[in-house]
Structure formats: C-alpha cells, structure tokens
Write a protein that binds this ligand. Structure first.
Ligand SMILES: Nc1ncnc2c1ncn2[C@@H]1O[C@H](COP(=O)(O)OP(=O)(O)O)[C@@H](O)[C@H]1O
Ligand SMILES: [Mg+2]
Length: 281
C-alpha cells in the first residue's frame, strides 16, 4: 500500500486517483531567519498536472527549489517536513541527485545559456550518464514538441524571442527525460498567443506521460491546464481542490482571476501583500 493512500485526502488535499508521484508533507523552508514556507503539504500523483497559484512572493519558486534541491544556491534550507517522489525521499538531496531521480525544473525567468547555441543548450540538459541513444531520443522528442528549436539549432540562444527562450528552457529540462517536470511561471511576460502555445505544449508533454507541477501567477492558464490546484498565500496553502472547483470559487475569481468590481479588486490587491510589508519591517 502506498504512503499517499494512508492519509485522509482532506488533510493532504490529495487528488483521489493516481500512483504516488510528488508528495510534499508539512514542508518548512527558511532563508536564514526568514521563514518562507510553513507546513506546506501537496501532492502531484503520477500522470497529473497540478498547479500552484499565488501572488508574487507567496513562496511558489521556493517550493520548486525545495523539490529540485536548489535551495542551497539561494541560501535557503528545508527546516522541516519532507519531499518524496515515487515513494523515495528527495529531502536533502542535491540538485544532481534529484535530476537522477527523474525530476527536472525549467527555472523561472527561463535561464538559458544566451551565448551558447540552441543545440548546445539542449545538450547541457542531457544526463551525464545517459546513452547516446537515450539522448538522441530525448532531443527528438523536444524538437517534435518545439519544431522552432530545430530551425534555430545553430543560433545563439540569446537571439531567440522570449517565447522561444521559454520553449528552450522547457526543452532543456526535458532532455533529462524527467518523470516529473517542474515549471516556474512558463507563460510570464509572453504575448497571449505564445502563452496559448506553451499551454498546449504542456498538455502534450503531460499526455506523453510526464507529470507536471506548474507554478503560475496566471491563474486562468494554470487552472485550465491542471486537474488539481493549490493556492499559496504567505508561504501557506490557503486553498486547494479540483481545478474546476477553484476556477468556480468566488474568492479565486476575485483574487486570482481579476474579476469583481473595482472596490473588491482593490481589496484583493492589498490582501495578499502584508507578507511584503511584514518582511520589510
Ligand atoms: N534567496 C532568498 N533569500 C531571502 N529571501 C528570499 C529568497 N528567495 C525568496 N525569498 C523570499 O521568500 C518569499 C517567497 O519568495 P518566492 O518563493 O520567490 O515567491 P514567488 O515565487 O511565489 O513569487 C519572498 O518573500 C521572498 O522575498
Ligand atoms: Mg517565483
């Protein structure tokens, strides 16, 4: 019996179906004395797309860093709780070990290597120990998902458009053939048409069997893609449920989907912010 099945779904917010994939339990993260995540529990069963929504500063990137083993590069640390993938602990592993367990991240701000070519960027994402055949298959999958990367293979990555750079960042993360792909605001700053393209590709990546944990400020896009969603507020899970239920909830519509009258919008705008002033003081 898997660990996830033992926990009552109302405590973990676990979607009812699916093999154990990512399981974050009562996670605490701090950057020095600043506590950024408090008691965060979340599940993304294998095969799912799960979204994490939240305002700027809510802790979305921190959550992904905790999963991907990259907190240490930002002077952060897990101070409590656990992260598991496919039944094995990830807590405390370094980034390379997490990648070896089948979990990769396309970082926020699409940090690609601008001076390297598109092809070199993709090669950098391949696993060190992977066979040539495995790497070639991974590259074929990426170029099939993003044909423009094949057209631009020998161009410097820094010359790509914002949307193409995002495609490259996702493509690079796929080169390690992950079971779980972590995406940090993949549509941020992109034109609506490009946002739609990226969203369609995320659906396709998932349909090919990759579990996706999608972090977004763009709640409309995220809720359309995900089966289940969590809302982070000031480092805590404020709400979670089936994406359709959240999309229908008045609070989510008002605070994250930009609906409601002007007064409500102003209220919603100030409500998630105390986090910033609290930490400024
Ligand atoms: N390297 C860091 N050092 C100190 N505080 C940080 C660091 N990175 C993020 N934080 C703080 O942690 C909180 C959560 O940030 P982050 O995870 O980036 O939120 P989000 O991705 O939801 O915008 C913010 O208040 C932010 O200021
Ligand atoms: Mg972020």
């Amino acid at each position: 019996m898997d660990a996830a099945a033992k926990l009552p779904p109302d405590r973990t917010g676990a979607p009812p179906h699916g093999a154990p994939g990512l399981r974050v339990h009562e996670l605490e993260v701090a950057y020095g004395r600043v506590r950024s995540l408090r008691g965060v529990s979340l599940e993304a069963p294998q095969g799912s797309v799960v979204a994490v929504l939240g305002a700027n500063g809510a802790g979305k990137t921190t959550l992904l860093r905790a999963v991907s083993g990259t907190l240490r590069y930002h002077k952060g640390a897990i101070t409590g709780g656990s992260v598991e993938f496919a039944g094995a602990p990830l807590t405390g592993l370094d980034a390379a070990a997490v990648v070896a367990r089948g979990v990769t991240q396309a970082p926020e701000g699409r940090r690609i290597f601008g001076r390297m070519t598109v092809a070199e960027n993709l090669r950098a994402g391949a696993l060190g120990g992977a066979s040539r055949k495995a790497t070639a298959e991974a590259r074929a999958r990426v170029l099939d998902l993003f044909p423009v990367l094949a057209e631009r293979a020998s161009q410097r990555a820094g010359l790509l458009s914002g949307g193409e750079q995002q495609m490259l960042a996702i493509g690079r993360a796929l080169m390690a053939r992950p079971s779980l792909l972590l995406l940090d605001e993949p549509t941020l700053g992109l034109a609506p048409l490009m946002q739609q393209k990226i969203a369609a590709t995320i659906t396709e990546i998932n349909a090919q069997g990759t579990t996706v944990l999608l972090v977004e400020q763009n709640a409309a896009t995220a809720l359309a893609l995900a089966s289940h969603a969590y809302v982070l507020e000031v480092g805590e899970v404020a709400m979670n449920g089936p994406a359709a239920d959240l999309a229908a909830s008045d609070e989510v519509r008002r605070r994250y989907l930009g609906e409601g009258d002007a007064d409500e919008a102003a209220e919603a705008d100030t409500a998630p912010r105390p986090v910033l002033t609290r930490w400024a003081g």
